[in-house]
Design a protein around this ligand. Structure first.
Ligand SMILES: *Cc1c(COP(=O)(O)O)cnc(C)c1O
Length: 480
């Protein structure tokens, strides 16, 4: 991958062009990039990322988006449609999460910018609620903390980092890959504001014991956030289809908030997610308003200011157009495909599926370097996410994998990849993808800073491509 993508073919802009480029020319450039990049995942060989992959659905969402893309969802007086969209998205997801079963609270929600957005809002709500109701907070000389299983998403650590909350990470059981509630209990104290469980977690796709975590949260009087960012829109349909999905939603006593990503298995556009609360008191604790501002009385229910009316419209359109039957049908194909892919993994001597996952799974090897498998598969066009502690390969099955022939290709390529990995191990060679995928040996002090430096340089190249472009190349590719 070049540090400055497309510099060899397309104009490079370092200043705002004096004269605008004609729309057709701009669209032609966008087309060239989009077509090539779509071809990459349309093969069905890429883990996760493209949850729907149906261009007909995308075109429909684009139409819905286009009608409201210019609208600011914060301005409800002019755009009552936004109140309808947001309210109905929340209502539909509350229903999906069985909020009707709640008798000890008034269930509510909010639409956010993504899974991270939902998790940030949940942690902020718990922090401000605990400060107001339990006197836990820096102002009271008590640093609030949350307890999360190591498999829970880094968005929780990010939230804690941003909001001055201590994040206590506890290990999961190496065999089941889920957390033991007794281990969570041992990490809690009088300043714990919430505990976390995932349904399912991103690394292994497995589901933490939510019922026991709910009992623990109730007993201690703390919140329990269930991270359904990944599973929220597929597990409920898996349950309906008869798969072994333990209850994880508001039917479980003690579950006080749930995140579910409309932009993953909700098949909406990127930039939308829903966070739900068992009771209004949690959500409203993080409301922001400012009555004395020069510019007028200001309020915003969440952290964002102006928001896209187009995204609310498109998210609403995705839910309404697919309906339960649409989601169930897609889920059936995904669960079947995932089961077939896991069977292909289990058919290989030396490979092991981690825990008991359903639609998203991970596998490792005790006999050879799993990243050699990844290296070989890469050559065949496959892209998996690499994991560490232990090294493993992660596959989130999405609709592109449900196309005919993908499972068969996976099984055939995997068999050869295992032969390759065994041969490489016998020859004592090391794998290529390890370093890139984060397969760095843990606990080696000297290396940690190098890894951090490397990661920071990757983020730099995401933002500072301009500086990375050599001057000569820049001149050649400069805008007309
Ligand atoms: C994707 C994901 C998140 C974070 O979501 P973003 O949409 O990437 O911000 C959180 N938790 C889980 C389990 C996820 O899979």
């Amino acid at each position: 991958m070049s540090d400055y993508p497309y510099a060899d073919r397309l104009p490079v802009h370092r200043t705002l062009p004096e004269e605008g480029t004609p729309r057709e020319a701009v669209l032609a450039e966008l087309d060239a990039m989009a077509r090539e990049e779509d071809a990459f995942w349309e093969t069905g060989k890429i883990s996760g990322t493209m949850y729907c992959g149906d261009h007909g659905h995308y075109d429909f969402l684009t139409q819905a988006f286009g009608r409201f893309a210019h609208v600011n969802a914060l301005q409800r007086d002019m755009c009552p449609s936004q109140t309808k969209f947001e309210g109905e998205i929340i209502a539909m997801v509350l229903d999906l999460m069985h909020a009707g079963a709640v008798t000890d609270g008034e269930p509510v929600g909010m639409v956010t910018s993504g899974g991270t957005g939902s998790i940030l809002h949940a942690i902020l709500a718990y922090r401000d609620h605990a400060a107001a109701v339990r006197g836990i907070g820096v102002a009271h000389g008590r640093v609030p903390n949350v307890v999360k299983p190591e498999t829970a998403h880094p968005a929780f650590d990010k939230a804690c980092h941003l909001f001055g909350v201590e994040c206590r990470t506890v290990p999961v059981d190496p065999v089941t890959t889920v957390v033991d509630p007794a281990v969570v209990a041992a990490a809690m104290d009088e300043n714990t504001i919430a505990i976390i469980g995932s349904a399912g977690n991103y690394p292994y796709g497995t589901i933490d014991p939510i019922a026991q975590l709910g009992a623990l949260a109730s007993e201690r009087g703390v919140g329990l956030h269930v991270d359904g960012c990944l599973g929220g829109f597929i597990l409920p349909f898996g349950e309906e289809l008869g798969y072994a999905v333990p209850p994880f939603d508001f039917r479980v006593p003690g579950v006080t908030s749930i995140s579910a990503d409309t932009h993953k298995y909700g098949y909406a556009f990127k930039g939308s997610s829903v966070v739900l609360f068992r009771d209004k008191a949690y959500r409203n604790a993080q409301y922001f308003h400012m009555t004395g501002w020069t510019g007028g009385k200001y309020m915003s229910p969440g952290m964002d200011g102006s928001r896209s009316g187009g995204l609310l419209a498109a998210t609403w359109a995705s839910l309404v157009s697919l309906g339960r039957a649409g989601y169930r049908g897609y889920a059936a194909a995904i669960f079947e495909t995932a089961a077939a892919m896991m069977a292909a993994v289990r058919a290989q001597d030396g490979l092991r599926v981690m825990g008991s996952p359903t639609f998203c799974f991970s596998f490792t090897s005790e006999e050879f370097d799993i990243y050699h498998v990844s290296d070989f598969m890469r050559g065949r066009g496959w892209r998996f996410n690499g994991q560490q502690y232990p090294n493993a390969i992660h596959m989130a099955v999405t609709r592109p994998q449900t196309q005919p022939g993908v499972v068969e290709a996976f099984a055939a390529d995997l068999a050869q990849a295992v032969e390759f990995a065994r041969a490489e191990a016998a020859a004592g060679r090391t794998s290529e993808s390890g370093a890139i995928y984060g397969g760095m040996p843990g606990g080696i002090a000297g290396l940690t800073s190098e890894v951090e430096e490397f990661i920071e340089s990757i983020m730099d190249t995401m933002l500072d491509a301009q500086q990375a472009l050599p001057p000569v190349q820049a001149a050649a590719g400069e805008a007309r």
